[in-house]
Design a protein around this ligand. Structure first.
Ligand SMILES: [Zn+2]
Length: 99
């Protein structure tokens, strides 16, 4: 059985610990195809400090010591870790090829 440590893997910008970029990427891709997450190339995005909101990509809270990206999608605000936001953008570009 895998041991899940309590350490937040998202402290700082390094990926490691229990959540890998591949896991986030797979989760983002699944949510995009199921409609739980959308893409909006015209979304306005702000960077700020985390306010404990849940990241739309990895579903982990965004620590106040981390950078938070806030995307304004037609009346819906999504919060991302810096790294998760990049992954979202990348997957949206990839997703765009299918439409
Ligand atoms: Zn995240």
């Amino acid at each position: 059985m895998a041991y899940i440590s309590g350490a937040a893997p998202w402290d700082g910008v390094r990926l490691g610990g229990n959540v890998t970029e591949d896991m986030i990427r797979a989760r983002v891709r699944a949510m995009l195809s199921s409609g739980n997450l959308e893409c909006d190339a015209s979304a306005r995005v702000w960077a700020g400090t985390g306010a404990g909101e849940l990241c739309a990509a990895c579903l982990e809270p965004i620590d106040p010591r981390s950078v938070e990206y806030e995307a304004d999608l037609q009346g819906r605000t999504l919060h991302f870790h810096m790294r998760c936001h990049e992954i979202w953008l990348e997957e949206c570009e990839r997703d765009g090829n299918h439409h």
